[in-house]
Write a protein that binds this ligand. Structure first.
Ligand SMILES: [Fe+2]
Length: 299
């Protein structure tokens, strides 16, 4: 989510953008060309059509409320005019991935870092690092939802407190399996789930895979289980964790993380595709066929 990519940062520094100590920049609107706007329009149009009936209602409400432009890369200032009024959050432009501690400091202060640049036309379906479409279209619509807004704020505060305590891997898994790749129960939908995670919402392939494929496990959310489960950064997820509703995230946001992180610190992690029969009993929604799974490479 936030490990600094020095090559990309160097490219941005060399581009002459003035970067502040907190890694933010002014969104360089003059730097977006016709190709950038066309890529935004293509991705926006494709994903909003694909997500209809697949993504949770809160996400669609957020898109409508923010009034994101379909035709051009949106102005961050225009988004903040809506967002800050609604939930106290603002988005800040950054050159790319920022160091963990900087990232958590922003979240703990209700600032969400958004990469300013757009992917190229030959990268519509896959991009290794987050770009403006992932960060903005994927993440920002839920920041205008009060419950989700409080959840990410609480997460940032906990991660900041824990960032010197060696507990980051545990918290990184929580972010990954909720904010990036979370599913939410919906009885009327295929496999009983809809989508809310930004990594899914911003990806055509994983939108379809996470909801429709027989390959992955889908397991009801459990905080400790999630924090002990490794994940994939180079393939679709082997396991998705499914929240009952956003109120469940509200409860997570009330957690006193320090004692929980201390308790879990020395315990072994589960592989990304593991099912733990006793522990997961009663929460297994679908048991994956494992078709197409890579043998190793869990983070
Ligand atoms: Fe993300």
């Amino acid at each position: 989510m936030s490990t600094a990519n020095t090559a990309k940062l160097k490219e941005q520094f060399d581009a002459g953008l003035e970067t502040r100590a907190d890694f933010t920049i002014d969104q360089p609107m003059h730097r977006y060309g016709a190709v950038d706007h066309a890529v935004w329009k293509q991705l926006y149009t494709r994903q909003t059509a694909l997500l209809e009936g697949r993504v949770c209602d809160e996400f669609l409400a957020g898109v409508r409320q923010l009034d994101l432009s379909a035709d051009r890369v949106p102005s961050f200032d225009a988004i903040n005019a809506q967002l800050t009024h609604a939930t106290g959050w603002q988005i800040v432009a950054v050159p790319g991935l920022v160091p963990d501690r900087v990232f958590f400091e922003h979240l703990a202060n209700r600032r969400f870092p958004v990469t300013w640049w757009m992917r190229r036309p030959d990268q519509l379906d896959y991009l290794q690092e987050p770009d403006c479409f992932h960060d903005l279209f994927g993440h920002v619509p839920l920041l205008i939802n009060p419950v989700f807004a409080d959840y990410i704020h609480a997460y940032g505060s906990a991660a900041l407190a824990a960032s010197d305590a060696g507990a980051l891997p545990l918290l990184a898994r929580l972010y990954w399996y909720t904010v990036e790749f979370g599913l939410i129960r919906d009885a009327a939908s295929p496999n009983g789930v809809k989508i809310y995670g930004a990594g899914i919402v911003s990806s055509k392939g994983e939108t379809l895979y996470s909801q429709l494929s027989d390959a992955p496990n889908r397991i009801g959310f459990d905080l400790e289980r999630v924090m002990q489960t490794r994940y994939r950064i180079d393939t679709f997820q082997k396991t998705y964790f499914v929240i009952d509703d956003f109120a469940q995230l509200f409860d997570v946001a009330q957690t006193d993380f320090a004692p929980l992180l201390a308790k879990l610190a020395g315990e072994p992690a589960l592989a990304a595709g593991d099912i733990c029969e006793t522990r997961d009993a009663g929460r297994i929604i679908t048991r994956g066929t494992q078709e197409g799974w890579a043998i190793d490479g869990d983070v």
